[in-house]
Design a binder for this molecule. Structure first.
Ligand code: 5GP
Ligand code: MG
Length: 170
């Protein structure tokens, strides 16, 4: 495993993103909706920097990768979502790869009569997007490799690593 982004760099960047978000939402309450399971660590670190009127919600999206590193069919489970009608929502995911997950989730949230919607990702893979989609907040642009750590898994392992690493032997 090769370290791609060390823990201290992630923490620094997350704090910067939080400052940007705090500026943008200083005058309206915010609901951050984290996409399970990958965004969990990012969400937890980010919100602790935010001195705002803040709510947290969760939505599950999975593309059933298991032991593969290529996406399968996407399933969205909105059962954990709080009431979002009239709320300013920031949808937060771990990584923008092809873009299919976020585009589908945005479509879904837009059916809920929310007041506004923005998106944020910790990572964006260069040259992989299949749909035109620009997140409002992006932590790092990374090369096209399969990464684990800081919430991201391979076969449900490695999520707890405080750094991001490239998984070498797939
Ligand atoms: P997309 O729909 O943008 O292709 O894929 C987004 C989802 O695929 C992410 O939420 C994440 O769960 C998973 N994913 C994409 N690339 C990677 C990667 O490099 N490592 C891991 N662990 N998951 C990834
Ligand atoms: Mg995910």
């Amino acid at each position: 495993m090769k370290i791609l982004i060390p823990a201290d760099q992630i923490q620094q960047r997350v704090a910067e993103l939080a400052r940007q978000i705090a500026r943008d939402y200083h005058d309206r309450p915010l609901t951050i909706v984290g996409v399970l399971t990958g965004s969990l660590i990012f969400l937890a670190d980010l919100v602790r920097h935010l001195d705002l009127h803040l709510r947290i919600g969760l939505i599950q999206a999975s593309s059933y990768r298991g032991e593969t590193t290529t996406p399968g069919e996407l399933t969205i489970s909105p059962e954990l979502l709080p009431e979002l009608r009239g709320r300013h929502v920031l949808l937060l995911d771990d990584i923008l790869d092809t873009g299919q997950t976020l585009v589908r989730l945005v479509e879904r949230l837009q059916t809920l009569e929310i007041a506004s919607l923005r998106t944020g990702v910790l990572l964006r893979k260069i040259g992989r997007q299949q749909v035109a989609f620009e997140p409002d907040y992006t932590g790092f642009d990374i090369p096209d490799a399969f990464v684990v750590g800081y919430g991201l898994d391979y076969n449900d392992e490695y999520r707890h690593l405080p750094y991001l690493a490239v998984l070498k032997d797939e």
